[in-house]
Write a protein that binds this ligand. Structure first.
Ligand SMILES: [Fe+2]
Length: 422
């Protein structure tokens, strides 16, 4: 069994690579200003439409019920709207009661293992390039609550539905298996009532510098980088699983391909209480990619992008996008919330938060060669109770009581970790 997966070293002279990339892109695209205007027009039109939907429905986020999803009753119109907005709330993926039970069991797990006393503070500075403070993230991966959700039927059905929004057989390849997902262990967020938080500035996950410099990402975005924006389809999976991220010491990265980033609510969350926002336009990535090619950005810079940090989206460089941030609706415990891997997101600030704000991050990471390699490393981390390879090696849970064990895996879980034939 292999335990290694791709690693990619950041070139020392990456600034020189940025200058060269810009020169080549400008030559390839031709009329950058014209292309940027075209992208802006599309995004402004979509943001205006999303604001109308917000007025009409209370939120621009499409919503479906898990019951409809499981019964195959999501209509083609709903699917078109989900793809247009790049985000989705799946109501009652788990029943409210079972999600509240997961929350209680998570709290017990933290308490019985004295997390508050042993916690040493943040293990990385991944969000350090953003304006706001860190979110209230706990580097805990192996609770029974998290693992039972990750290997549940509900999660498998939801992830399969989401993966199938993509064109996974494109450009001569079969890019992933939409119906099997690896377990991608991520952390939890817990935010008690009364919290005052600056939230988290707007950003995208899954690579920053990489989105410009890597040949695989240049292929993903080939329609943008060759001035054919009208043909660009954010749901085309071609080359996406070939992308890797640079290794930068002591930070967080993602070695898996995720079709969607997501979380599952473990508490009810009220409107206006520091909720997640997105720019509900998956094509907005074209704006982010083209913006640094305009003349007002220093030749060796990419609008605030730095190695080992998330890709920041700011008022200074991306005012149209900041103006488009739309909140999720109020959610109940058990609802799951999903956004396309290119979608810009932020967490709003809150003062004296009403109610809890607890979530488990569980994305959709469909089976492909790259994800299988990472799944093998996840299996080993689970066995030891260690932090997964993509995260700082804090390893809080190694000696913890009541940790989820390999022997607790069901058939979904074993498949998800590459321990069964698919
Ligand atoms: Fe993020």
């Amino acid at each position: 069994m292999t335990t290694s997966f791709s690693s990619l070293t950041l070139p020392d002279d990456y600034k020189k690579n940025i200058v060269e990339m810009k020169r080549a892109m400008r030559a390839q695209i031709g009329d950058i200003a014209g292309l940027f205007r075209q992208v802006c027009d599309k995004i402004e039109t979509e943001i205006a439409a999303a604001r109308e939907e917000e007025k009409r429905n209370g939120s621009a986020w499409p919503e479906i019920s898990y019951a409809d999803l499981a019964a195959g009753k999501v209509s083609p119109q709903q699917i078109a709207q989900i793809k247009r907005r790049g985000c989705l709330v799946v109501r009652q993926t788990f029943s409210r009661e079972s999600a509240l039970e997961m929350d209680r069991s998570m709290l017990n797990y933290l308490d019985e293992n004295h997390f508050d006393e042993v916690y040493r503070g943040p293990g990385d500075n991944f969000f350090g390039s953003l304006e706001a403070s860190r979110p209230e993230i706990y580097p805990i991966y192996w609770s029974k609550a998290q693992m039972s959700a990750r290997q549940s039927e509900q999660m498998a059905a939801t992830q399969s539905f989401l993966n199938r929004l993509w064109h996974f057989q494109q450009a001569g390849g079969s890019w992933f298996n939409p119906d099997v997902n690896i377990i991608y262990p991520d952390r939890i967020r817990r935010r008690p009532p009364g919290t005052t938080s600056k939230g988290l500035g707007a950003h995208t996950d899954s690579g920053a510098l990489e989105r410009w410099l890597l040949p695989a990402y240049q292929k993903v975005f080939r329609k943008i980088f060759t001035n054919r924006f009208a043909e660009y389809d954010p749901w085309d999976a071609a080359y996406r699983p070939e992308v890797n991220e640079y290794d930068v010491a002591n930070t967080t990265k993602c070695s898996a391909f995720r079709t969607f980033q997501g979380w599952t609510a473990l508490s009810d969350m009220l409107s206006g209480q520091g909720l997640l926002h997105v720019v509900p336009v998956p094509e907005a990535m074209a704006y982010v990619l083209l913006r640094p090619l305009l003349d007002d950005v220093p030749e060796d810079e990419l609008c605030g992008v730095a190695p080992g940090r998330v890709l920041p989206v700011s008022e200074k460089w991306h005012p149209h996008l900041i103006a488009g941030l739309c909140s999720i609706p109020a959610v109940q415990a058990g609802d799951s919330v999903w956004w396309h891997c290119d979608v810009i997101h932020s967490v709003a600030p809150v003062e004296n938060q009403q109610g809890w704000g607890n979530v488990m991050y569980i994305p959709a990471a469909p089976m492909c060669e790259k994800n299988l390699a990472y799944a093998h490393s996840v299996r080993n981390a689970l066995e030891k109770g260690a932090s997964p390879a993509d995260f700082p090696q804090e390893d809080y849970e190694q000696a913890w009581a009541n940790r989820f064990q390999l022997s607790d895996l069901n058939i979904n879980g074993r498949r998800a970790l590459g321990m069964e034939e698919n």
